[in-house]
Design a binder for this molecule. Sequence first.
Ligand SMILES: Cc1ncc(COP(=O)(O)O)c(C=O)c1O
Length: 361
Amino acid sequence: MPLVPSYIKNLANYVPGKPIEEIQRELGLSKIIKLASNENSLGPSPRALAAMRLAMDKIHRYPDASGYMLRKKLADKYNLKIENVVLGAGSEGIMSSIMRTFLLSDDEIISAENSFIGFRVLANASGKYVHWVPMKNYRYDLESMAKKINDYTKLIYIANPDNPMGTYIKRDEFDAFYAHVPERVLIILDEAYFEYARFNIDYPDSMTYRYDNVITLRTFSKAYGLAGARIGYGFAHDELIFNLMKVKVTFEPSFLGQVAGFAALDDAPFLNETIELNKIGMEYLTSELSNLNVQYVTSVANFITTVWDSNERAAKLTQDLLEKGIIVRHLAAFGWPNCIRISVGLIEENVKYIESLKQVL
Ligand SMILES: Cc1ncc(COP(=O)(O)O)c(C=O)c1O
């Protein structure tokens, strides 16, 4: 059909993880453990939940299009001006606005091959030329990415830490890379798993330095347990934010998302519990996987990717685990056919996963 541009025709459909209810129906199982989407297994931040409940009777009204309350709170928290803060329907919503705001027709994009699939979809749908640079040892290869910078380069996307590998770029690596990037090139530093990764001393918390061409993206979807509320935020130079605000979908993010994010920022007990549970879970999973001689990639996020000898093996294990009521993510669609990603769950969920893995192995 001539109405559809070829780069859209060629896009593969995103295949999300199956909803729990669908799998329950298909397999006739009463209890399902979902460790497939890097969500917070503790549930949503209780403060966010309470705030959303209280706000429900106002949802006949449009939200504040400027997102003033939450932007102000974020600005105060990070000692910035409100003009440096943008909100979106998840950090992916902001990525989408970035693509529509800053890219001209000849502009090119550089990122890592088989990194965050959400960005891959947006980049391919933009119709722009994208240099997908292969990872090295499951990490972003910044040296090779720097070599791809040319006169057309406009946007560089770095997920730090990466999803699905959970590896991260260290501060000195980013500094060395940044020295190669001209000021006319925009860098997205996607820190969706910041709250988990920040404890590594060489992790470059991008809020401790602010370059004019760097946009930091963060989200309430992971550590705050608000993936379904679709609320994320970004920090950048006020001129970038000013123009992003013109292009973003007017009433994005939703009213409930804004309310939830505002309340979640005060939920330190929940955040601490989340981080602690993740730490314990990560230690348990890595030690059990090592005991089983299962290869995995060391991760600083809330998930861990295991490496198998073939696509068939990974697909079969995923199916076998599913039949035991455990949903994990085979990474074939992500470009890692011999890998399976598991989110860190509640203690009992992690134990059940390991027990089931032993059985299916
Ligand atoms: C690296 C990375 N960035 C962004 C996102 C999207 O987050 P949000 O829910 O804020 O759109 C995810 C979600 O999986 C992610 O893994």
